[in-house]
Write a protein that binds this ligand. Structure first.
Ligand code: PEP
Ligand code: MG
Length: 881
């Protein structure tokens, strides 16, 4: 018989894929002797079987559950279903990759109308017993039966109001008894039956509900956002309860062994006295700082500190710990590697290396490349900040700077984002239902909740700026207004929030780029020690090029010259070039463009120093540059001295049914070689100019796009070479240069041996190669590729991560054939995939010389390249992380 359940003492931290993160770590903590309430984990394998075959708990699994229940009963000397001294359980999900707040938890399971009396008697604490029961009814109803939480919350609020109290803890046991009755009535009203009294039935329904929560909408969105496969399933942890709500010597809390916002090596945590699990993260009561525990229960505090040290040394990473104190006895309910901001991630990784706990390689493998994004984005400009009006201050929950219009619910944020607006999601407090709004917002502001509230934890995980627990404001979600002491802000008004200081400002504030020094600089130096791939950038302007150099770019892999043609000053000349009906007319327009292009290239060379620069000749279909409105056509016809109707005819003639497969790339130069000749001249003349200014090693790389046939390339290349020879003759000086090609048409891949006879380098244009490999239009596939992801046909769009088996195979063929002809051929990639970490890893494996990506992705690609090199060396398996 297969084994689907493991007791905590049977597992280890390395069994994550079977036991989920929480289960594996509960097992590990049990094994290293920390106080963990006993329990067992139902495996992810059981969850996948539940989905694939059973859809309900099957008889053998139920038997296995009973065996493990018995074991816990024996170890604690208590019985599940006992009416005198009942053993209660928590039932919690635990996926392989942590998905905080995304799935569901049920506490106090096992209570019923008689057991609650037993619990009251055995603990001598009636208030606590009924508090536990009302919590259980609410959680069970919400999680297992999908009865809206608000039905219970509003009853609780009414009760507090009637009794004139503000906190749950001020309600008496009679109040709670009354609430229990009201809650059961809600249950009956909604379900048409009484609240289930049989603990075993409660347990089975709860386990099924946790399995089902794997596929609730917010869990699905979270997985998509974090590239977590949908077929892993979740484990379920069934753990004997310990109670933080037993009175003033009990409590519950969460703590990070270091600061998850900035990485500082200082315990960072919060707790609530007389409270149960969810109270801390739900932000319902504002928790105490962990240091306060020292005053209230010094022995427990010391024990806690010792345990955090043990855990950090054991896991060699910053831990995120959940604990409960029951009558001054400390228990651990969870530990995991803590989610952290990018700044904290870098600081912790560098500190751990310097503390001798981990190696540089381990530090490099710990940082998720995409997380660096957070560090590369702007902060508020100091000068503008001086004049800004601060209107409130909350907790600095997740660093960064954001400005946007205020919206008060997730739906409005998503709509506004779709209209192109930048938004700040403002909530009283967030809950998992707000996830889409949090994704779409520039930043998040909440009035309630602490540093470990839902808003804070999720925002840090996303790298999104967040100010939480801002008591200076009142958020009226219904009327969509924020009130401070002095003003009222309505939906759609601009605010700015600073997640590093917690300050909220009125209006928009200018932003500046962050410094890339300190630990970040040190870390990136380590990264560069390990990587083999060079990292270039895709840049079309000197500004982008300069930015990329700051981020560590070693050259330009793709300068798309067409982007230079869209400038307002140039577009008339570009349009004249396109609609000319004779060579003379076209040459006239090209003569006007030549000095502009020469200046473009000169400035880009200057920005790049002597780093390699690959300039691609004109690529898109010509009609993209042409006017569409009658007034614009009229302006052009006037400036060209031709009849309006004739011009309109010419424009219509140029239009294509399928422009992406049309007259673009080198095909244009087959028809109009003079265009590429002008561009090649501009490139070479600019190179000679900078060479004369001291760039002695300048060696322009001219790249021809969309080549599918060797003869096509040869024709275009011969034209260019002839033009360049003319420049050398005219200027009586020369410069070395290379002519290569994009590899982006499948035919080019399978004839790469022939193409390499003409091309001195290959650069894979994986955007077009994916488009033509699959036959998916780049412009339209977005509309349906999400269906492929939803239906598990693709885990990720092939336009984001290289399709290794298909498009990747075409690349492999091209490399094999190309190097046969020209063993030292220089190989790179310049499609969007050049900035995607998994595609960078693939490029490393293929043995490319470089990847090229947008400036802001350069550090990400550097890190991904280093990780690929380290993994290759150590055969490191990503799933063991
Ligand atoms: C490509 O096709 O991958 C590429 C880099 O070129 P473009 O995106 O400009 O077509
Ligand atoms: Mg292309």
């Amino acid at each position: 018989m297969s084994k689907y359940i493991y007791s905590f003492h049977e597992g280890t931290k390395d069994m994550k894929s079977l036991l989920g993160g929480k289960g594996a770590n509960l097992a590990e903590m049990t094994n290293i002797g920390l106080p963990v309430p006993p329990g067992f984990t139902i495996t992810t394998k059981a969850c996948t079987k539940f989905y694939a075959e059973e859809k309900t708990l099957w008889p053998e699994l139920k038997e296995e559950i009973k065996v493990h229940l018995k074991e816990v009963e024996e170890s604690l000397g208590k019985k599940f279903s006992d009416v005198e001294n009942p053993l209660l359980f928590s039932v919690r999900s635990g996926a392989v990759f942590s998905m905080p707040g995304m799935m569901d938890t049920i506490l106090n399971l096992g209570l019923n109308d008689t057991a609650v009396i037993g619990l009251a008697n055995s603990t001598g604490n009636e208030r606590f017993a009924y508090d536990s029961y009302r919590r259980f009814i609410q959680m069970f109803s919400d999680v297992a039966m999908e009865i809206p939480k608000v039905r219970f919350e509003s009853l609780l609020e009414d009760m507090k109001e009637n009794k004139g109290v503000t906190n749950d803890t001020e309600l008496s046991s009679d109040d709670l008894k009354e609430l229990v009755e009201l809650f059961k009535e809600v249950y009956k009203e909604e379900m048409n039956e009484d609240f289930p009294q049989d603990p075993m039935r409660q347990l089975e329904l709860a386990i099924e509900a946790v399995f089902a929560s794997w596929n609730n909408p917010r869990a699905i969105i979270y997985r998509k956002l974090n590239d977590i496969p949908h077929d892993l399933g979740t484990a379920v942890n069934v753990q004997s309860m310990v109670f933080g709500n037993m009175g003033d010597t009990s409590g519950t809390g969460v703590a990070f062994t270091r600061n998850p916002a900035n990485g500082e090596n200082k315990l960072f945590g919060e707790f609530l006295i007389n409270a149960q699990g969810e109270d801390v993260v739900a932000g319902i009561r504002t928790p105490n700082h962990i240091d306060k525990l020292k005053d209230i229960m010094p022995e427990v505090y010391n024990e806690f500190i010792d345990a955090t040290k043990i855990l950090e040394e054991h896991y060699k990473d910053m831990q995120d710990i959940e604990f409960t104190i029951e009558n001054k006895k400390l228990f651990f309910l969870q530990t995991r590697n803590g989610k952290r901001t990018a700044q904290a991630a870098i600081n912790v990784a560098v500190d751990l290396v310097e503390e001798g706990l981990i190696t540089k390689e381990e530090a490099i493998l710990r940082i998720e490349p995409n997380q660096l994004n957070q560090l590369l984005h702007p902060n508020f400009d100091e000068k503008s900040l001086k004049n800004a009006e601060a209107i409130a201050k909350g907790l600095p929950a997740s660093p960064g700077a954001a400005s946007g219009k205020v919206y008060f619910n997730a739906e409005d944020v998503v709509k506004a984002k779709n209209r192109g607006e930048r938004c700040i999601l403002v909530r009283q407090e967030t809950s998992p239902e707000d996830i889409e709004g949090m994704i779409s917002a520039e930043g998040i502001l909440t009035a309630r909740g602490g540093m470990t509230s839902h808003a804070a934890v999720v925002a840090r995980g996303m790298g999104k700026c967040c100010v939480a627990g801002c008591n200076d404001i009142r958020v009226d979600e219904e009327n969509k207004i924020i009130k401070t002491k002095t003003m009222t802000l309505k939906e759609g008004e601009f605010i700015s929030i600073d997640g590093s200081t917690g300050i909220v400002y009125l209006g928009e504030i200018e932003k500046v780029l962050p410094e890339l020094s300190g630990n970040f600089g040190k870390f990136m130096e380590w990264v560069d020690e390990f990587r083999k791939l060079k990292i270039r950038t895709n840049a079309d302007t000197p500004k982008d090029a300069a930015q990329a150099v700051v981020f560590g770019a070693e050259g330009i892999g793709l300068c798309r010259t067409e982007h230079m043609f869209f400038d307002d000053e140039r577009i008339p000349a570009v349009r004249r070039m396109i609609v000319s009906s004779s060579l003379e007319e076209r040459k006239e327009a090209l003569d006007q463009l030549l000095p502009m292009q020469r200046k473009d290239f000169y400035e880009i060379y200057k920005a790049m120093g002597e780093r390699s620069v690959t300039i691609r000749l004109l690529d898109p279909p010509l009609h993209e540059f042409l006017p569409t409105k009658d007034e614009e056509i009229k302006d052009l016809s006037d400036s060209m001295n031709i009849d309006f109707d004739e011009l309109k005819d010419r424009i219509e003639n140029i239009a294509e049914v399928n422009p992406m497969l049309g007259h673009r790339g080198c095909r244009l130069a087959v028809t109009y070689p003079e265009i590429y000749r002008m561009q090649a001249r501009a490139i070479i003349e600019a190179a000679l100019d900078v060479k004369n200014e001291g760039f002695e090693n300048i060696k322009p790389e001219i790249m021809i796009p969309l080549v599918g046939h060797k003869k096509e390339l040869k024709y275009v290349k011969d034209e260019i070479v002839e033009e360049i020879s003319q420049v050398f003759e005219e200027r009586e000086e020369s410069v070395e240069y290379l002519i290569g090609t994009m590899i982006e048409v499948p035919r080019a891949c399978v004839t790469a041996d022939e193409i390499a006879e003409e091309a001195e380098f290959f650069s894979f244009g994986t955007n077009d190669l994916t488009q033509m490999g699959f036959g998916f239009s780049r412009d339209d596939a977005g509309k349906f590729l999400s269906d492929y992801e939803d239906k598990n046909i693709f885990t990720k769009s092939p336009f984001e991560a290289i399709d290794r088996d298909g498009v990747g195979k075409l690349m492999k063929i091209a490399i094999e054939l190309g190097t046969k002809t020209r063993p030292d051929i220089h190989l790179g990639i310049c499609g969007e995939h050049g900035g995607d970490p998994s595609s960078v890893e693939f490029c490393h494996v293929l043995g490319l010389d470089y990847v090229s990506c947008s400036p802001y992705r350069v550090p990400i690609a550097r890190l991904a390249a280093a990780q690929a090199a380290i993994r290759e060396r150590t055969n490191y398996n990503q799933n063991d992380k």
